[in-house]
Design a protein around this ligand. Sequence first.
Ligand code: G6P
Length: 425
Amino acid sequence: TTRIAVIGAGSGYMPGVIRGLLHRAGDLAGTELRFHDVDAEHLDVMTRLARNMFAARGADFTVSAHTDLRAALDGAQFVFTTFRPGGLRARHLDESIPLKHGVVGQETVGPGGFFMACRSVPVLLEIADVLADVAPDAWIVNYTNPTNVVTDAVERHTDAKIIGLCDQWVGDTETWADLLGLPADGLEIDWIGTNHGTWAERVRLNGEPVDIAPLLAAVEPRGDATPHRDPVRMAELGKALGLLVNSYSKYYFFHDEVVAELREKGTTRAEDIMAMLPRYYAQVAAEADKPDPDPSRERGGGEHGEFAVDVICAIARDEQRRFIVNTRNRGAIASLEPDAIVEVPALVGRQGPVPLVMGELPRQVRGLTQAVHEYERLAADAAVTGDRRTALRALLAHPFVPGLRVAEQILDEGLAAHRADLPQF
Ligand code: G6P
């Protein structure tokens, strides 16, 4: 039987993950799920929810709950990591500290993402360390952000096998289908770059190449913005660059505008989520013990869980399916070093992800992507070693950071504020 450990199983994203598992219940029949979280109360709610949803829909899964990491990982073939170290309290600091210094505060990109990397990496290294003892062949299927930095640290510093995921490309593909007037079904986009910094010039519809140049030239910037989707700016930038862009590109190409907006908004995304979470968990808890629970999908959405479960199935069943994932470059993107962690189309089967050859990055984003990659590599090294000099160099390499003074201020303030979550510094 397949054994999947879910680390961070008390997460608000779990209802979507449970639905993702139900979606492939036939292919994963007999699977043993080991749910782990440091928050025993949230773990209990999600465990009861999963059991009742599986029972109601006749899914052949068993679920056990663990607060002990080793017990959860023991004998696992897959370790699905989806936790947020330090929780939303720490995320609020990631989002607010850079902003005070005129730099975008965001949990995955820029200095905020740097501090998140410093919290995530030690936990992933610990997981890899335990796996070496209890499940050396397990695949870590990682959503914990910043997913590319985490993937790089684990690949270069441990013997564990890891595939880095982010579902942003699924939503971005839908946004672009809408903007370009193409059906989302059957649309395949060659997203390439680094996580939350991907671009595309090649698009296919039902396998046939689509010439995006005339479509982009005619694009009307329109559509409502949500926290992780800004179709107006994506269209404006896409037109200007002649490329399809990831929704996070707004942080790079509209930096000062976004800083002004975030300041004016007054609350961070973390604060907004913290305000709604008690109601959300209460709703999930109220559903959990019903014979046929149907919890709200407020957190994460459907694609988040389905993507991760599909990737697990692709490896377990050697499906050779094409996904956009974070993995070693191995020449897929000629403009980045061979052992860079890149986000690229890859075929996923029993051997893990094999990236597809994509060629050079378009010149208009090549230098930026190379700079972001160099930052990410330094960030991974700083997160592993806790070396302050490397940390400062990482921030100095990041395109958001305007200079030495600001880099030092953000670093000192961030290290002090996060002290309890940064054992390596
Ligand atoms: C998007 C990003 C993820 C990020 C998530 C946060 O999906 O691609 O990397 O973790 O947003 O969502 P939240 O609702 O917590 O702001």
